[in-house]
Design a binder for this molecule. Structure first.
Ligand code: SF4
Ligand code: SF4
Length: 363
């Protein structure tokens, strides 16, 4: 048996992020009893609360169960000591993104508000460098033509290469996460099944776990709108990149992909609106909203809004059209390039954890 190594700094961090008085937990187990997603065998979140109280970082990071929780808030509602287990689990997930981020600097950059100016400055400097390199760093006269200012080929190429590089670094972290889950929750006697890719994909697309997650029904609708809206926008963006290379760009407003993109934006605005409203006015369920929660919602909101404005600015010949496009590119960097290191990284971590959980038969 390995040594138990308490990490008091980690415990303090969890307390700060969750607003929870961890020492107040009396280990009654109410939280596990009311959780509709906790498996019968070794249920959560009571054991995670005990480990959090001891600062057992090694047991908490790489723990598959924190990803089976969809933060419905039931456990916090029924905790007799108001220790907020749902917020603690959320804080552990947040620490997970930072723990596996490589280089660590990237995790720090998007989790600490003190680093926000640097996180913004990096894409600004890179975009200015690309424009300078292409020799287009001067607002063109005449009708708005984004391609006259922004060298699409160079921009798309550089952004794609940096995204691939960041995601490659993230995949190394995901690999370590898989190994840690295996160490923390080893497969039982029946061993590991083959990867249930399609059933996990079905679980994610249908949001079935949200349905089983107590009080959070409106959260399911909001998450679905955001999830499918975001997926559609990615698809439309890929098509737009292809269009810049193969045929005339920009796409007319009546182009089916353009229509799809605007529908996706509407879905995102609606989903974001519900989520922001819930975080502001339904604290019983959503608990404490921290920097990473707001950074995610605000950056997706600004990305979508700037995309809509860029389109309107071109059609309406606005004088600020190029500035808006520049802002949009910074927002793209923030959401897409930084994705594995922000809360949006749950796309990767939850999917990996679900795959592992189902592979070892944990439901
Ligand atoms: S977090 Fe609350 S409900 Fe859960 S074991 Fe501790 S005191 Fe009991
Ligand atoms: S927030 Fe909901 S799903 Fe997560 S542990 Fe608590 S009761 Fe279970």
């Amino acid at each position: 048996m390995g040594k138990i190594r308490p990490d008091i700094g980690f415990k303090r961090e969890l307390s700060r992020l969750s607003g929870s008085q961890l020492n107040q937990c009396m280990q009654c187990g109410n939280c596990s009893a009311v959780c509709s997603l906790a498996p019968a065998e070794r249920p959560f979140p009571r054991k995670e609360m005990v480990w959090s109280g001891w600062g057992l970082k090694d047991k908490l990071i790489g723990n598959v169960d924190i990803w089976l929780c969809y933060q419905c808030g039931d456990c916090s509602t029924y905790c007799p000591r108001d220790v907020k287990p749902a917020d603690v689990i959320s804080a552990i997930r947040q620490k997970t993104y930072q723990h596996y981020a490589r280089p660590r600097f990237l995790g720090k950059l998007v989790s600490d508000p003190a680093w926000l100016p640097v996180a913004i400055a990096i894409p600004v400097v890179v975009i200015i460098a690309i424009l300078s390199l292409a020799g287009t760093f001067r607002i063109p006269e005449g009708p708005v033509d984004y391609s006259a200012f922004f060298p699409h080929g160079l921009l798309n190429g550089t952004f794609s290469a940096i995204t691939l590089f960041f995601y490659l670094l993230a995949s190394l972290g995901i690999g370590r996460f898989w190994k840690d889950m295996k160490r923390q929750t080893p497969p039982g006697k029946s061993g590991m099944k083959s990867l249930p890719v399609f059933s996990v994909l079905g679980e994610i697309l249908s949001h079935s776990s949200f349905s089983g997650c107590g009080s959070r029904k409106p959260g399911k609708v909001a998450h679905m709108l955001l999830f499918f809206g975001f997926a559609l926008l990615i698809m439309v963006t890929l098509y737009a990149i292809w269009a810049t290379v193969t045929h005339h760009y920009p796409l007319p407003i009546t182009n089916p992909f353009k229509i799809l993109g605007n529908m996706a934006s509407l879905m995102i605005y609606t989903g974001l609106g519900i989520m922001i409203w819930q975080r502001l006015f339904n604290r019983r369920v959503f608990g404490k909203s921290g920097y990473s929660d707001w950074l995610l919602l605000v950056s997706i909101g600004l990305l979508t809004l700037s995309g809509t404005l860029v389109q309107l600015a071109r059609l309406g010949e606005w004088s600020v059209a190029y500035h808006l496009y520049f802002f949009h590119l910074v927002a793209v960097w923030f959401v897409i390039m930084y994705l594995p290191f922000t809360k949006l990284g749950h796309i990767f971590y939850r999917t990996t954890a679900l795959l592992y959980a189902r592979t070892i038969g944990r439901k």
